[in-house]
Design a protein around this ligand. Sequence first.
Ligand code: NAD
Length: 504
Amino acid sequence: MSSLPTTQQLRERARASLDRIGVAVVEGSGLSARSPITGEDLFGLRATTDDEARQAIAEADQAFRAWRTTPAPVRGELVRTLGDLLRAHKSDLADLITIEAGKIRSEALGEVQEMIDICDFAVGLSRQLYGRTIASERPGHRLAETWHPLGVVGVISAFNFPAAVWSWNTAIALVCGDAVVWKPSELTPLVSLASSRLLDRALERTGAPRALHRLLLGDRAVGETLVDDPRVALVSATGSTRMGREVGPRVAARFGRVLLELGGNNATVVAPSADLDLAVQGIVFAAAGTAGQRCTTLRRLIVHRDVADQLVERLAAVYGRLPIGDPFDEATLVGPLITDAAADAMAAALDRAQAEGGKIISGGRRLGAGGGAYVEPAVVRMPKQTGIVREETFAPILYVLTYDSFEEAVALHNDVPQGLSSSIFTRDQQEAERFLAADGSDCGIANVNIGTSGAEIGGAFGGEKETGGGRESGSDSWRAYMRRATNTVNYTSTLALAQNVSFL
Ligand code: NAD
């Protein structure tokens, strides 16, 4: 394992990035900014109170009322300015992501690039919020649908994409004419302060209402204030299925809208015809990358019996060489887990897998003494899809299962509660198409000859079943952030009532 920076060095690096972005950290109590690199606290921060949260929602609601009548292409200018500021501060924000989420440098830079990309996408979208014209059954009538801004969007986000998830929601919501109140993960407050400050600067620069964005810092309690407030028209919540199970019904009880992006338990099928060189690269990136802490991380490998031994041997060889340690070190490919609790959950899952008949082929040990939670990514061969394999453990564990027929592979693939991302490695075109067909993968994302992680912002992102069913980012996901009105216009002097009924 490579040597680590000290907490004091991380503190100084964080402060320098925050200074350049324009955040003056006001230290306080109630919330800690910490770094998984050393496992120690960086600064104490003040959490948002319940009254402040309600006030923030009220202000955002007021700002929305002005913003909704601002022409959409003008709203796009705000998001363009945010994108420019993100370009200028890409490295600063990436530093904070590495410090607080433990992502290796290339992934942290990649996360900020996603933010820039979604801003570009949203600017284009600001001129394309199309409704449609529908053939009316009545003469002299026009039937159409129009899309209007929705209101305040509450964004609740997870630690593992501390900035990108906010930007996917916020860039789209702003061009759609909404205001945003953001409750980020309590584990990544500095990234949130920095992202929020960049948007504040864009708001100042373009003269848009300042209260179009508000940040609430704190744990789930402040998130609950957002969830229960009837002024919040849409709650877009990203995190564990446990969180979604609590948030979904609460928002539904007040007839609010909800967009849920929850846990995944993603699988890749490796067929006998697969290009194994390609497969090994795709599998290791998806399973061990981000230390297994992506919602799209590859967790289950379903391999044809004829190639299973060979593939597992090659994976074990690559896993044995993975550089683990300081995420700022250019050579590192696997950084720390977010907390000790995450490492404990990984150890418990490995114990359970072995009790259920699994055999650890590679990795699985915790490295270093104390400090950050560094672990070796693990490959575990399982005799069947047991209870632990059907759960999402948010750590780098790859369970390997074998299959004989394609039907069996698809059945195993779909037999889990989650439905986010999936892929198949095959050179058989029929098999590839069958995997993508109606009775193939049941996930929101299904890929061929590429891994399960690393989605592009241009597509709609989200999953089925316990993943929550929401879609955000590209394609027509913007519709979740607007309300639809169906308009009938009669341009004649007669009223065509159904069945020619007359009330006169
Ligand atoms: P988490 O569920 O612990 O927390 C997510 C957010 O929800 C945090 O901001 C937290 O404070 C808040 N929260 C928790 N309970 C709440 C409640 N009752 N009311 C309101 N807010 C509440 O998740 P995490 O550990 O930060 O992130 C990891 C999880 O997120 C994994 O399951 C991962 O798969 C999932 N995830 C999903 C996606 C996706 O797009 N599908 C993306 C990233 C992460």
